[in-house]
Design a protein around this ligand. Structure first.
Ligand code: COA
Length: 260
């Protein structure tokens, strides 16, 4: 696909996806969603890519939400399709099978906050602002915000954000557990790549199975989750990377992982 409103770059094993509508605060119109679906399908299927980073172009916005010009024409039928299509794209990201880091470089509102929530790790610049302002438009979050925000920061805090539509700045987002780290704007991407590189340097079977176990925890009882953990631990024990990782430790050298 020839991308018009996103950019896709590869830096070694790391993919960088940038939403590229800075004049519209990187708002998610239908074309952005189609291109995101295509690029993340590609990232999922490309075994050479181990980690992805997503950000927004420009200095003001990560993503300022779904495109309100497109929202305006929705009715009951098309509204359901709209939210299901968007949820499908964000579910693809959440269940990509490899880590996705959101580098939130400004406004992350509505669908932008929900996009960050679908990622596995959120890093923010000091000027980042998070919000679910949908009630200002007479609608509710539709790309997963009511569910993922609630699971991440608890229902009282999620409801405060959703019902008041108030924005939360980066420091407050850190306090709420909405983001992992906050950095000066000019080093955000460097820090996101450093984290991606660090993850890329580990045994990829262990990375991906850790992700699978953690991401399954919300859907399983503790007993089922522990059973899954035991099974995935056993899978790791059968891998060459496990032999190499343990052997390298005992030989006091750095492991050379091969992802098998
Ligand atoms: N959908 C469509 N266009 C949007 C948009 C969105 N979600 N967010 C911003 N834009 C557009 C503006 O309409 C404007 O376009 P124009 O220059 O053609 O008039 C451009 O982006 C710049 O936005 P502007 O509002 O002038 O910038 P600002 O710095 O004054 O304010 C925001 C920035 C993000 C606070 C403000 O744009 C905003 O509140 N956006 C909507 C956020 C929202 O409700 N998102 C949830 C959608 S479900």
């Amino acid at each position: 696909m020839n991308y018009q409103v996103i950019e896709f770059e590869r830096k070694g094993n790391i993919a960088l996806v940038s939403i590229n509508r800075p004049d519209k605060m990187n708002a998610l119109n239908n074309q952005v969603m189609e291109e995101l679906k295509d690029v993340f399908t590609h990232i999922k299927n490309d075994d050479e890519i181990t980690v992805a980073v997503i950000t927004g172009k420009g200095e003001k916005a990560f993503v300022a939400g779904a495109d309100i010009a497109e929202l305006n024409s929705l009715n009951v039928l098309s509204g359901k399709e709209f939210t299901e299509k968007g949820q499908e794209v964000f579910n693809l990201i959440e269940h990509l099978g490899k880590p996705v880091i959101a580098a939130v470089n400004g406004y992350a509102l509505g669908g932008g906050c929900e996009l960050a929530l679908a990622c596995h790790i959120r890093l923010a610049s000091v000027n980042a602002k998070f919000g679910q302002p949908e009630v200002n438009l007479g609608v509710i979050p539709g790309y997963g915000g009511t569910q993922r925000l609630t699971r991440l920061i608890n229902s009282g805090r999620a409801l405060e954000m959703i019902l008041t539509a108030d924005m939360v700045d980066a420091e407050e987002a850190l306090r709420l557990g909405l983001v992992n780290k906050v950095y000066p704007s000019d080093v955000l991407m460097e820090k996101a790549f450093a984290m991606a590189e660090k993850i890329n340097s580990k045994g990829q079977i262990a990375v991906n199975l850790s992700l699978k176990a953690v991401m399954s925890s919300g859907e399983l009882s503790e007993k089922e989750g522990l059973n899954l953990e035991a099974s995935l631990f056993a899978v790791c024990c059968g891998s060459e990377d496990f032999k190499e990782g343990t052997k390298a430790f005992l030989e006091k050298r750095k492991p050379v992982f091969i992802g098998k």
